[in-house]
Design a protein around this ligand. Structure first.
Ligand code: NAD
Ligand code: DAU
Length: 344
């Protein structure tokens, strides 16, 4: 029998997953953590190089490989499964949606099936937690917030795949009585984020005095949350969330993209002349904003790191980890960057 503290974390070599593993091992040093990650372009075990705990184990593998998943469940009998594994970048989903269906939808269903086989129904000591996104709700106008009751209206192939996965999670709860939660968080930023995403891309380009590409007029709005605050929300939902419930997670920190870029340039002492407005993203969602009152009222969660502090910490981390940045920017990513911003 697995101990009650065995966590199977999928996608733990990516941005949020690796931050979560650091967070969870520090907070619960007695937990056993299995990190299953296929190491796509976005996965990097270097993110976890300081983790030496003998209660941590990395397995290179794909969540779509049902035989492997069965073996992992039989060997470790996890109590909690937290699914971070995903194709996560909207622009890539516009160029090539297929892999998003495979990993984000099929992969999630394969994990759910393993939970169902091993846990049976009504087992409330075991839980599957799906790390989802506010993008499943679509786009907001100038006012209003996404609540857990907002209808799903995903606009990109990425968000369509995440919304589909959420519906499978719901279905396994309703049909098979699986103990599940879904968290839907806004945009994260912080250490270890791959430099294809807005904030690390802008820091990375500013460091090299390269153009900072802003889509459209730069007035699209996102709600930014420091990654550690997302980790604490997942921790709370995992341990205290009501079975079958969805919890929105957000920073109450809405900013237009142009504002974000100007803050980064100011903080780094670089000129605004580096800003370059480029062709807009297809189907570019105008505004995301989260109403996080449910998780606050039910579980007492609130963001703790204000944007001014978080962005300073983040820039500081990238400045101190330029070798990490250089390494992840080589190879496949160099080709992606060229196709996305140079040849376009
Ligand atoms: P990321 O792209 O940095 O990491 C994804 C990880 O999943 C990588 O390590 C990758 O190797 C792994 N992976 C991909 N396909 C896999 C497969 N088939 N099998 C096993 N591993 C696989 O993503 P992230 O930004 O850390 O996001 C993590 C999760 O959080 C995703 O599910 C994403 O949808 C969700 N999310 C992200 C944000 C955000 O702002 N980044 C906000 C809300 C929700
Ligand atoms: O809201 C949560 C989502 O946030 C997560 O589910 C996704 O996994 C994550 O990638 C993120 O999606 P976004 O599309 O919001 O993030 P991204 O960093 O790609 O873009 C943020 C905003 O910045 C968006 O309006 C597009 C814009 N942008 C992005 C890039 C990469 C630019 O203007 N220029 C760029 O070069």
């Amino acid at each position: 029998q697995g101990s009650p503290e065995t966590l199977l974390i999928t996608g733990g070599a990516g941005f949020i997953g690796s931050n979560f593993i650091h967070y969870i091992l520090k907070k619960y040093p007695n937990y056993k953590v299995i990190n299953l990650d296929s190491l796509t372009y976005a996965g990097n075990i270097e993110n976890l190089k300081e983790v030496e705990a003998n209660n941590y184990q990395f397995i290179k593998g794909d969540i779509c490989d049902s035989n492997l998943i069965e073996n992992v469940f039989s060997s470790f009998e996890p109590t909690y499964v937290i699914n971070f594994a995903a194709e996560s970048h909207v622009d890539r989903s516009i160029k090539d949606p297929q892999i998003f269906l495979k990993t984000n939808i099929s992969g999630t269903q394969i994990l759910l099936d393993a939970c169902k086989r091993h846990w049976g129904s009504g087992s409330h000591e075991k839980k599957f937690l799906q790390v989802s996104t506010d993008e499943v709700y679509g786009s907001l106008g100038a006012t209003g917030y996404f609540t857990e009751e907002t209808p799903l209206a995903p606009n990109s192939p990425y968000s369509a795949s995440k919304a589909s996965a959420d519906l499978y999670v719901r279905a396994y709860h309703e049909t098979f009585g699986l103990n599940v939660n879904i968290t839907r968080c806004s945009n994260n930023y912080g250490p270890y984020q791959f430099p294809e995403k807005l904030i690390p891309l802008m820091i990375s380009n500013a460091l090299e005095d390269k153009d900072l590409p802003i889509y459209g007029d730069g007035m699209n709005i996102r709600d930014w949350l420091y990654v550690e605050d997302h980790c604490s929300a997942i921790d709370l939902v995992l341990h205290q969330g009501t079975s079958g419930e969805i919890y929105n997670v957000g920073g109450y920190n809405e900013k237009a993209n142009i504002e974000i870029v100007k803050i980064i340039l100011k903080e780094m002492g670089k000129p605004t002349s580096l800003i370059k407005f480029v062709k807009d993203r297809l189907g570019h969602d105008k505004r995301y904003a989260i109403d996080a009152s449910k998780i606050k009222d039910e579980l007492g969660w609130e963001p703790t790191i204000m944007f001014e502090e978080g962005i300073r910490k983040t820039i500081g981390w990238y400045l101190q980890n330029q070798k990490w940045l250089d390494r992840v920017k080589s190879g496949e990513y160099a080709e992606y960057y060229h196709n996305m911003y140079i040849e376009k």
